[in-house]
Each structure stands twice: as C-alpha cells, then as structure tokens.
Design a protein around this ligand. Structure first.
Ligand SMILES: [Zn+2]
Length: 66
C-alpha cells in the first residue's frame, strides 16, 4: 500500500498511552527463554516490539501463538 517511504519501518497503530492511532516503529527481537528446567533446550521466541513515535511507549508481544 505505502510505496513512497520505504526507509522507515513504521506503521500506524493504536497507542493506549496516547489513546490515538499513532506512528510506531516496529522491530523484531529474538529473545531466549528458559522457563522449564526439564527443558534442556532454550526456546528462542521472536517478539514484535513497537515504539510509539509520539510518546515513546514501547510494547512487545510474542509472535508465536504456540
Ligand atoms: Zn503513544
């Protein structure tokens, strides 16, 4: 849809702090989790991290629904 500006990885999303739809910077982080001792392997979970460009609030959510 947006073809004019590909240099900034942002999109408009709702920010609960601003109570508005604002521009957010979006990144993906891989976080290592080791929740259970019997699980010998660490699970590496991708998180989608968004930062409101208006108020700076960051939020993250796990991308896997497992
Ligand atoms: Zn905000």
């Amino acid at each position: 849809m947006a073809t004019t500006d590909s240099s900034f990885n942002g999109l408009t999303e709702y920010c609960k702090e601003c109570d508005l739809d604002t521009l957010h910077e979006v990144n993906v982080q891989i976080r290592t989790e080791s929740l259970k001792k019997e699980n010998a392997q660490f699970s590496r979970e991708p998180y989608r991290v968004t930062e409101c460009q208006r108020c700076g609030t960051r939020s993250s959510q796990r991308m896997n629904n497992a």
